[in-house]
Ligand binder design. Structure first.
Ligand code: XMP
Length: 520
């Protein structure tokens, strides 16, 4: 059942497009509260219950000309709510309202330019747009006859029905994807639609925070909550938010696997214990983890060993907290969105490193997930709203298995110590040069190879290391950061001078793909 909020609500019906999430993203940027639900879940009753102020129909891989293809619930068209159809959503709209769609032979992919039809220049869906807007097409079928009541609002050379509308009913349907980056002013079109639908942009982070606190209190009552802290932004923001809601009913468990960066464990402990006064168990289990990793070189075995131990350790400490009924997790929206899969029904993807496996069931705990509705940068905004320091909120991502996957080959304490020091120098260099916020992620990997060098009058035989720094939007693709040669030279000199055990520094200039960001 949908979660009732006091805000104006928009429903996105997902027909399985790869970019449905981006529709939500754009709406959030417009301070509009929306939820994505797969078409299978949107029954007429659900729709009535959800009571959206407007509905957007996503694109999707199906063809409306296929027997038994997917549709919107019939009551959508009679409930007096504005509807915006995108690509497959446009075809669904035309088909259900009495127009016609033809299959095949009309495929169009990529860039196109849309021009307003006569009489549709500076108002309605075109408000604030130019006479020639770049849009992104990606469709196989196309509309060949409009449904009664619709007219053409915009055309492109290959798409006579690029933008169509029944303005009286507030129905708009476009053949392209306004939500993607390659439709540069697509957000303006969505804004025009939502403005015409009466949205005022009432979904702010301050309002979200108050509402989240109220909901946590309602859900938890006077019971106790356990929260696993990783030191990352998501679990930290979740913990501070829950603490603000229920105070000392929350206890945090920080599993310190000994694979964190320099001073990281101390910083996490002091921030939570001293600054926020949040009850915190510091599970210092470095010996256990590093002992188990000794002699292990295979990257997958490293990851599995760490993942399994993490769950065991968390459970051991959590069991010490008497009477806990809830487990808090920093699960984000992209982790929980149900995507429509045409091969096997709806699927749910959950980030494996941020949750604690099957623990909730195993321990009989219920989940509290106060960030479930947020995207990553919204979590950061909420963190700021809660007063977490900027320096903390803006930190580069750090992987769950920690330094273990930045130490190809065998892991030893000695190598980890060297790696921590080199990493700290590299990050210090980046901060000193004012580059930290331009870079998505930066770190050092210590290589399983020793090389010969000369320092002073002596021969050295020490480890080589690789610097890694990338730009990225979401970690899925990445490019290496183009440091100046001066910066690289200065950093290499500092690392070799300041870090005993390293006598050679290289810079990794592999993009992703074909490389990954981490070395393992
Ligand atoms: P790759 O190396 O796959 O990394 O290009 C993409 C992003 O994900 C992070 N990463 C992880 N994060 N647990 C995590 O919490 C993991 O097991 C893990 N593996 C990779 C990586 O740091 C980068 O930001």
């Amino acid at each position: 059942m949908p979660d009732m909020t006091q805000h104006q609500r928009l429903l996105i019906i997902d027909f399985g497009s790869q970019v449905t999430q981006l529709i939500a993203r754009r709406l959030r940027e417009l301070n509009i509260y929306c939820e994505i639900h797969p078409y299978q879940n949107v029954s007429p009753a659900f729709l009535t219950d959800f009571a959206p102020q407007a509905v957007i129909l996503s694109g999707g891989p199906d063809s409306v000309t296929r027997e038994g293809s997917t549709r919107a619930p019939e009551n959508l068209w009679t409930m007096g709510v504005p509807v915006f159809g995108i690509c497959y959503g446009q075809q669904v709209m035309m088909q259900q309202l009495g127009g016609n769609v033809e299959a095949g032979h009309h495929a169009e992919y990529g860039r196109a330019y849309v021009t307003p039809a006569p009489g549709h220049k500076k108002d309605g869906i075109f408000a604030g747009l130019s006479d020639r807007e770049q849009v992104w097409m990606s469709h196989g079928d196309r509309v060949t006859q409009l449904a009664p009541g619709f007219e053409v609002v915009g055309t492109s050379p290959n798409a006579p029905y690029a933008i169509t509308a029944d303005e009286g009913r507030g129905f708009y349907a476009v053949q392209f994807h306004p939500e993607v980056h390659h439709t540069p002013n697509g957000k303006q079109m969505l804004e025009n639609f939502t403005r015409m639908a009466g949205f005022t942009g009432d979904w702010t982070m301050a309002a979200y925070k108050d509402e989240a606190i109220r909901k946590i209190r309602e859900q938890v009552g006077d019971k106790k909550v356990i929260c696993g802290l990783s030191g990352g932004v998501d679990s930290s923001v979740a913990a501070v938010l829950i603490h603000e809601a229920i105070g000392d009913q929350l206890t945090c468990v920080f599993v310190d696997h000994g694979l964190l960066r320099q001073n990281e464990a101390e910083e996490v402990v002091s921030m939570f214990r001293d600054n926020y006064n949040i009850p915190l168990i510091h599970a210092d289990e470095a010996d256990l983890f590093i002992g188990a990793l000794e002699g292990v070189s295979d990257p997958e075995v490293k990851r599995k060993t760490i993942g399994k131990l993490f769950i065991d350790v968390f459970q051991k400490y959590a069991n010490e907290i008497e009477g806990a009924e809830f487990l808090a997790q920093g699960t984000l929206y992209p982790d929980v969105i149900e995507s429509v899969s045409f091969s096997g029904g709806p699927s749910v993807t959950i980030k494996s490193h941020h949750n604690v496996g099957g623990l909730p069931e195993k321990m009989g705990l219920k989940l509290v997930e106060p960030l479930r509705e947020l995207f990553k940068d919204e979590v950061r905004a909420l963190g700021r709203e809660l007063g977490l320091p900027d320096k903390f909120i803006g930190r580069h991502p750090f992987p769950g298995p920690g330094l273990a996957i930045r130490c190809p080959g065998e892991i030893t304490r000695d190598k980890l110590d060297i790696l921590r020091k080199a990493d700290a120098v590299f990050i210090d260099q980046i901060r000193q040069h004012g580059l930290y916020d331009e870079i998505w992620q930066a770190f050092v990997a210590i290589l399983p190879v020793r090389t010969v060098g000369v320092m002073g009058d002596g021969r050295t035989y020490d480890y080589a290391c690789a610097l890694r720094a990338v730009t990225s939007v979401d970690g899925m693709t990445a490019d290496y950061y183009p440091f100046s040669h001066d910066f690289l030279g200065e950093t290499a000199t500092r690392i070799i001078n300041e870090v005993k055990g390293i006598n050679r520094v290289t810079y990794d200039i592999t993009s992703k793909p074909p490389g990954t960001i981490e070395w393992e």
